[in-house]
Write a protein that binds this ligand. Structure first.
Ligand code: AMP
Length: 283
C-alpha cells in the first residue's frame, strides 16, 4: 500500500493509472479524518467492490472545527489506521499536512449557501463550509470516479451532493449504510471520549432513531408526534442534552411537517461533553 503526502503524488498516481489501464478501471476515494473503525472499513469495502483502485484519505481537517471544538484532542492513530486500511484492501493512503491542503495566502472556501446552515451547520457555524472545502480539494487532487461517504453524516451527504452537482465535478457520490455497535450505537471516532455512564446513555440516540422508524412504519406521519416521541426517550437520560431532533427533506434539509418515504430523521445530542449524531431515512 502506498502512502502519499502531497497532492502532486496523489495526482500522479491517479493519472498514471488512467493512462496505463482500461477505461473501466475506476478509482474510488474514501475521505476520512482517521481514527478508523469498522464504519470506515465498510466504506473501503464498498469502494473495493466498485473500483479497481481505492485511496483512503486521512486528514483531520482544521477548517471544519470551531475554535472551541475538539480539533486538538481529536483522536489520531496513523499507524493503526494504515493497518486497518491495508487489511480492508486499500491501495493507497493520502495523508497530507495542513499546509499541503491549505497553502499559505488568502484562503479559498466552498460554501453551499442555505444548506450549509441547517442541522449540524446551525449549531456548528462554518462546519459545512470546512467540509465542502476539504472534500472539493480532495476530489480535485485525486480525480476519483467515485467517492464513498457514510449515511451516518446524512446532512454532509446532502451538502456534498449539491456541491458535486453544482461544480459539475463528475464524481459519483456513493452513500453507505450506518455501521453500529451491537447495542445500536453508531460507530464514531468520538465514541472513544465517552466514559462508562455516558456510553450507556448514548444508546438513547439509536433508540430514538429506532422508535421513530417503528412509529413511521406503523403509519405515524406527523412530524411533531414523531419528534416528541424521540424527545421523550432523551428526557429519561440526565447526561444527554439534545442539540436537534429533526425531520427534513434529505435533499434540501428543510423541515417537513408530514414525514414521507425518503424523509431524513436526524438527531444530534451532547452526551456529557461529546456531541454525537444518528439518523435514519424513513421507509
Ligand atoms: P470521519 O472520519 O468521521 O470524518 O468519517 C469519514 C467517513 O466515514 C464519513 O463519510 C462518515 O460518514 C463515515 N462514517 C463514520 N462513521 C460511520 C459509521 N458508523 N457507519 C458508516 N459510515 C461511517
Amino acid at each position: 500500500m502506498e502512502i502519499f503526502r502531497t497532492v502532486a503524488e496523489l495526482r500522479r498516481w491517479s493519472r498514471s493509472l488512467r493512462c496505463e489501464e482500461k477505461e473501466d478501471a475506476r478509482i474510488g476515494l474514501v475521505p476520512t479524518m482517521g481514527a478508523l473503525h469498522q464504519g470506515h472499513s465498510s466504506l473501503i469495502h464498498a469502494a473495493r467492490a466498485r473500483c479497481a483502485h481505492t485511496v483512503v484519505s486521512i486528514f483531520v481537517n482544521p477548517t471544519q472545527f470551531s475554535p472551541n471544538e475538539d480539533y486538538d484532542r481529536y483522536p489520531r492513530s496513523f499507524e493503526s489506521d494504515c493497518m486497518l486500511a491495508q487489511a480492508g484492501g486499500a491501495d493507497a493512503i493520502f495523508a497530507p499536512s495542513v499546509e499541503e491542503m491549505y497553502p499559505p495566502g488568502a484562503p479559498v472556501f466552498i460554501e453551499v449557501a442555505g444548506l450549509g446552515d441547517r442541522l449540524d451547520g446551525a449549531s456548528r457555524p462554518g462546519h459545512f463550509r470546512g467540509v465542502a472545502t476539504i472534500v472539493a480539494k480532495l476530489l480535485i487532487a485525486g480525480e476519483p470516479d467515485l467517492a464513498f461517504f457514510g449515511q451516518k453524516d446524512a446532512a454532509q451527504v446532502s451538502i456534498l451532493r449539491r456541491m458535486i452537482t453544482d461544480l459539475r465535478l463528475g464524481v459519483e457520490l456513493v452513500v453507505c449504510p450506518i455501521v453500529r455497535e451491537a447495542d445500536g450505537l453508531a460507530l464514531s471516532s468520538r465514541n472513544a471520549y465517552l466514559i462508562a455512564d455516558e456510553r450507556r446513555q448514548a444508546r438513547a440516540l439509536s433508540r430514538a432513531v429506532r422508535c421513530v422508524e417503528a412509529l413511521a412504519a406503523k403509519g405515524e406521519r406527523n412530524s411533531a408526534v414523531l419528534i416528541d416521541a424521540a424527545r421523550q426517550i432523551f428526557a429519561a437520560e440526565p447526561l444527554i442534552r439534545v442539540d436537534y431532533i429533526a425531520l427534513v427533506d434529505w435533499a434540501t434539509l428543510e423541515p417537513v411537517e408530514v414525514a414521507a418515504p425518503g424523509t431524513l430523521f436526524a438527531v444530534a445530542a451532547w452526551v456529557g461533553t461529546t456531541r454525537l449524531i444518528d439518523n435514519a431515512i424513513l421507509g
